[in-house]
Design a protein around this ligand. Sequence first.
Ligand code: AMP
Ligand code: MG
Length: 429
Amino acid sequence: MSASSSSWGKRPHRLLTMGEAWEVVRIGVLESARRGPHGAPKIGTESVPIDECMGRILARPAIMDDDYPAFDKSMMDGFAVRSADCAAPGSTLKIRGLIVAGRSADTPIGRGEAMQINTGAPIPAGADAVVRIEDCEVESDCVSLRVAVTAGKNISRQGSDRRTGEVVLTPPLRVGAAQIAAAATAGAATLEVAKHVQVALVSTGDELVRAGEARRFGQIYDSNGPMLSAMMRELGASPRPPSSAPDESEALIATLRNAMECPIVLTVGGMSMGTHDLVPQAFESLGVEWRFHGVSMRPGKPMAYGVGPDGQQVFGLPGNPVSAYVCAWLFVRMAIRGQQGFEPLPPRTVRVTLSEDIKPHHDSRPAYVPAKMWSDETRGLLVVRTKWSGSSDPFGLSEANALLYFPNPDKATPAGTGVEVIPTTWGFD
Ligand code: AMP
Ligand code: MG
């Protein structure tokens, strides 16, 4: 499927289906992202203090340094007792003292004795159950129990959750607050995580200026550079500061040569067949082999994907902001995740209910439309399109939390239909 430098744009080419395009990217990503020794990601790993691991990708298992719990532990505030002393309700026991969390009893409790205990404190020797304080009546140095007690009641046994040496976090996984809790409980001061994937971003086009810079008539602000930079961070990658290249061959080639120091290179714009669409040839002159150009999708049709001489994953994204966003989420994300050690799969869809009628569209290409889903009390997860005028309009996208997938947009879809959405908020898979 590769094109020689002379054939770009001249060769009549069939648009790939989404399934075909995903498969081509999956294979290309696997070629370049093969895992190193012990299954570690090829980009390498580093040891990071757990306080700084939020959002990082775990590369080695986190392992218990001890049993959890590390001792038989009370689950309740109450009294530690010997169940044999209180098989029937109404037994009265002598209070021997109090054990708070972090301390332990010096001596075992004997027959007819109880020890007051707080949640999390170690069970004193001799005791085999805890009676919660609500079921006890205390009078001077005695406690009467309103309930019958069975052995093991309200005790969490040593090692009942995890044993020393057991794996508690299995890579690859993205580390969030809950995973940090598990790692800290396992005694891990640091985690071995994948190094950041370096991503180069190049916005092309003479019309672009950065927000904050002076703008001539006809010029526009570069929104794709900052957007892609943010998305890369969201995905746990490390974007280089976005660079921009003019629609001029030599300067463009110099910028792209520099960008190809990174394993993943994104360019935006200049991929179509306009007189100033110079990106494809510039990449070819640097040894990039195009695997496809053009996907049957809306927005995002002019998207291209290629592989550089050192396995660089090269994505030529269309310039319109929503096209760039959709293509990055649907394709570039696979490459980032592949480098991080995940299976390079397209994003998962979630089945939800359409809340409004959708009229047929004149274009039959599968569509990915900015949409908002929410949870309705009675009807479950619903989705509605956001107000959106097309691929150059980023505002409807900014109100969206999902892309609504229409496989057959030339057919009407009535409200109440079950539809597929791709959540664009992090954390779904
Ligand atoms: P192109 O793919 O270069 O033909 O660009 C398609 C449309 O997207 C044109 O209207 C461009 O001005 C616009 N565009 C290209 N790059 C950017 C960018 N980085 N930020 C915002 N709009 C862009
Ligand atoms: Mg352009």
